[in-house]
Design a protein around this ligand. Structure first.
Ligand SMILES: *[C@@H]1O[C@H](CO)[C@@H](O)[C@H](O)[C@H]1NC(C)=O
Ligand SMILES: *[C@@H]1O[C@H](CO)[C@@H](O)[C@H](O)[C@H]1NC(C)=O
Ligand SMILES: *[C@@H]1O[C@H](CO)[C@@H](O)[C@H](O)[C@H]1NC(C)=O
Length: 341
């Protein structure tokens, strides 16, 4: 008898406390989120001109925060998310401002292209080109769709270091300003192969310090075009939809790749091995600077991004490798290419 009563008593207490606690936490949430939004605005130097803008951005911030908390609390993911400088943007806005890969029209290839690493055997289990001094600091494209220039330049920096032994930070701005084609349009997006073609034709590219990044479209400087700190003699495309071919290439040098970066998981990735979900419609470009296997036994590509050091693992992402789809996760194996120094 006493036992039953106690159970009832505790059940009642639990229900009441539960209701109280959840009401409390909802109330706290609004205040906490508002405070976090304020702190975040200070940290990122953000201000909004109008009260309506402030209200709208707060709602986006809150919904992003909820997404991140829910995701991290699921507890069974191979990667984590966190609030970063993109926290007051919807995913659509984020893609508009920070991606910039121009999906190519269908290419007509008359002759099979040369892939110099096709017969490579004994590919190592892992490689990290950072440890071999072939990767410069993480850079920041800011809100300019120039990812393609950063992807290409990182691959050129690596190729030149491997060939000549010197690592130079090279100029994305020169490529943004000068490598213009029908498809490649500076901050409006472009194509890594157009960057390689331009550098070959110009017989070199300037150092970062000689032709500085402005995150804006500029006129091509004829004077700075003559500052040739590094050159390449060609470029090759990795056979498409083939992670094994990508592995061969990445074992020899950093490789430019395009991928699909849509989704909150990419926007707020903060560490671990990214496992999607994602589609494969290419909209962003990055550079594969290594690969390996995580402590949990998950194979990954090591990717250098151009969204500053606060995104991801100090600016890098590990993304799942050897997936079921031939295109690779997020289409990473669809369109890789690399320069030849
Ligand atoms: C994690 O768990 C949720 C809920 O059980 C499930 O929907 C989701 O697919 C799981 N994710 C992974 C990566 O296992
Ligand atoms: C790879 O080997 C095949 C067969 O020996 C040969 O025809 C091809 O030219 C080689 N490819 C390269 C890039 O050396
Ligand atoms: C580029 O050159 C044009 C014509 O000389 C000039 O009107 C324009 O302001 C220049 N743009 C920049 C970004 O310097």
């Amino acid at each position: 008898m006493a036992f039953t009563l106690r159970i009832k008593f505790f059940t009642l207490l639990f229900v009441v406390c539960g209701a109280f606690a959840s009401a409390m936490s909802r109330m706290l949430d609004e205040t906490i989120v508002a405070e976090r939004h304020r702190q975040w605005m200070v940290q990122h130097g953000r201000s909004y001109a109008m009260q309506e803008e402030q209200t709208m951005r707060f709602q986006i911030f809150k919904s992003n925060l909820e997404f991140i908390d829910n995701f991290n609390n699921m507890g069974n993911q191979t990667y984590k998310l966190s609030i970063n400088e993109f926290a007051d943007l919807t995913n659509e806005e984020f893609l508009t401002y920070y991606a910039g890969y121009e999906s190519s029209p269908t290419e007509i290839s008359l002759k099979p292209k040369r892939f110099r690493y096709e017969n490579l055997t004994n590919v190592p289990d892992s490689i990290d080109w950072r440890k071999k001094g072939a990767v410069t600091e993480i850079k920041d494209q800011r809100s300019c769709g120039s990812c393609w220039a950063f992807s290409a330049i990182a691959a050129v920096e690596g190729a030149v270091k491997i060939k000549n032994g010197h690592l130079f930070s090279l100029s994305e701005q020169q490529v943004v300003d000068c490598a213009r084609t029908k498809l490649t349009q500076g901050c409006n997006g472009g194509w890594m192969d157009d960057a390689f073609k331009y550098i070959i034709k110009n017989q070199g590219v300037a150092k970062e310090s000689e032709y500085r990044y402005t995150s804006k479209d500029g006129n091509c400087s004829r004077e700075k075009e003559t500052f040739r700190a590094a050159r390449i003699v060609g470029y090759e495309d990795v056979p498409k939809d083939n992670e094994e071919a990508l592995l061969k290439a990445a074992s020899q040098q950093p490789v430019s790749v395009a991928l699909d970066c849509s989704g909150h998981g990419f926007q707020f990735y903060s560490g671990g091995v990214y496992g999607g979900p994602c589609r494969t419609s290419l909209n962003h470009a990055v550079t594969v600077v290594g690969y390996g296997t995580s402590e949990d036994g998950i194979k990954y590509w090591l990717v250098k991004n151009s969204w500053g050091k606060t995104w991801g693992e100090n600016g890098y992402m590990r993304i799942k490798r050897d997936v079921h789809s031939k295109k690779g996760l997020c289409g990473i194996a669809k369109k890789p290419s690399y320069p030849v120094a």
